[in-house]
Design a protein around this ligand. Structure first.
Ligand code: NAG
Length: 449
């Protein structure tokens, strides 16, 4: 028996060694001269863009995350001398990503190629220039992250079928769970850009009008008692379109710059009273948190999956055959005051989306509505089929009817003051990750009335 076992072990080892010699199976370590841990979100395969400052230099500037470092593009902008960026190096000297986003698809591809080249293990330009290297790299731990773009407009879709079905069942019953339009178009609403904030910014519990109980009494005013999280992702529009000229679905990907994590904080009691007939308003617009690093779509390409089967077939302007659904693991955790560790309340995946981002953008512009560089278009809550993948406390607690166990005697139906909510997400490659970092916010008590 022992001999058979050791033969198997030997074969397994041989297989491992063979696989490791194939470049695709041996990804992270040696590709860049910057060391990246296997569990780091910011592998050489990722290279997300963000805007940061440091205590020594409060100027907001554009950087690329790799491992636990930031490559400051404002310091090395002169090295981008390709056909497009050679004429536009100044986009890396801006305090936001808007100008770079607006340059378009070819510019993004060129920039990524240059950054990959400059960080490559075999490339000496940065690696062997101690002076330039010293100025160009910043420890992430010493950086303050800012919003990556000036967000002109923010739209939130409602594109997870499981989420829409769950909410529909709760509020309208099983028969009418999905409204008749839901399977025909990506439903959405115009959100508010002024209150989109970067991860780490605290959220004050909102006050407002709420449905009375019993409901034949006049409404009451006070602090929301049903403050909720919504696990979402969002994409930044890169190049926009002219007013009156829709983005055709076959070109939509050329307008999608990259993605972030998003928490669409929601006050369910305020929302429930106000939303008829025009939709979300003050129950949503008191704060929307996004993660600071924008992961380029090119970095997500290896994790693309078949799109959801859509039945009925959508109208032609919403049809596309190429896969544009991505396998991104998503997690939501809560750490209440006094809790030693955060408790994970949700494990979901971006691949559960029914409508693709290409369909969302084609639909958004089909009437001639123009989008602009830096516009933020969000997914809506991302729930999957299993209860553990429900992306809001509304669903996890089934409208407050059951408790969400956080362990150690802690439980929730909705958020308490002092709760710190963290969304994380990553694609898992072989020996590397393409991750999004964190989207985090802590609940502050409501203002004194
Ligand atoms: C570095 O390696 C890459 C990939 O093998 C190759 O394309 C590139 O030409 C190399 N660069 C240098 C400076 O040797």
């Amino acid at each position: 028996m022992a001999a058979v076992e050791s033969i198997w072990k030997g074969l397994a080892l041989l297989l491992l060694v063979t696989l490791r010699s194939i470049p695709e199976f041996n990804c992270s370590f040696e590709m860049s001269f910057i060391k990246v841990d296997e569990s780091s979100d910011f592998s050489y395969h990722n290279l997300p863009y963000g805007v940061f400052s440091t205590r020594d230099n409060p100027r907001h500037r554009i950087g690329v995350a790799i491992g636990d470092q930031i490559l400051d593009l404002s310091v090395i902008k002169h090295l981008f001398n390709g056909p497009v960026l050679g004429q536009h190096q100044d986009v890396f000297d801006q305090p936001t990503l808007n100008a770079f986003m607006g340059l378009g698809y070819d510019a993004w591809r060129e920039a990524r190629k240059y950054v990959q080249m400059l960080l490559a293990a075999n490339e000496s330009t940065l690696r062997d220039d101690a002076h330039l290297r010293g100025r160009a790299f910043v420890d992430q731990s010493s950086a303050v992250m800012h919003l990556p773009a000036e967000i002109g407009d923010y739209t939130d879709f409602y594109s997870s079928k499981d989420h829409a079905t769950n909410v529909g069942i709760m509020f309208r019953g099983k028969e009418n769970a999905l409204m008749p339009n839901w399977l025909r178009l990506p439903v959405g609403y115009h959100g508010r850009a002024s209150s989109v904030i970067v991860s780490g910014t605290p959220i004050r519990r909102p006050q407002g009008q709420m449905r009375p109980d019993p409901s034949n009494h006049p409404p009451v005013f006070g602090a929301s008692k049903q403050l909720d999280v919504e696990l979402e992702m969002a994409f930044f529009v890169g190049s926009g379109n002219k007013l009156g000229e829709p983005v055709p679905i076959e070109k939509a990907h050329e307008h999608i710059f990259g993605m972030v994590l998003m928490n669409d904080w929601s006050a369910r009691d305020i929302q429930a009273w106000e939303y008829v007939p025009l939709g979300p308003f003050l129950g949503k617009n008191f704060g929307t948190t996004i993660s600071p690093w924008v992961v380029p779509m090119e970095a997500l390409t290896p994790f693309v999956e078949a799109n959801a089967v859509q039945d009925p077939q959508p109208l032609p302007y919403l049809q596309h055959q190429d896969p544009y659904t991505f396998n991104i693991n998503l997690f939501v955790s809560i750490k209440g005051e006094g809790m030693r560790e955060a408790a994970t309340i949700c494990k979901s995946n971006f691949k559960y989306m029914y409508w693709t981002m290409k369909q969302q953008l084609a639909h958004h512009t089909v009437n001639g509505c123009n989008v602009r560089p830096g516009d933020l278009l969000a997914s809506g809550t991302i729930s999957g089929p299993d209860p553990e993948s429900f992306g809001s406390m509304l669903e996890l607690s089934w409208r407050g009817s059951k408790v969400i166990d956080l362990g150690g005697g802690e439980s929730r139906t909705f958020l308490k003051d002092g709760d710190e909510v963290t969304i994380t997400g990553y694609c898992e490659g072989r020996g590397y990750r393409v991750g999004f970092g964190q989207c985090q916010g802590k609940i502050l008590p409501a203002l004194q009335q």
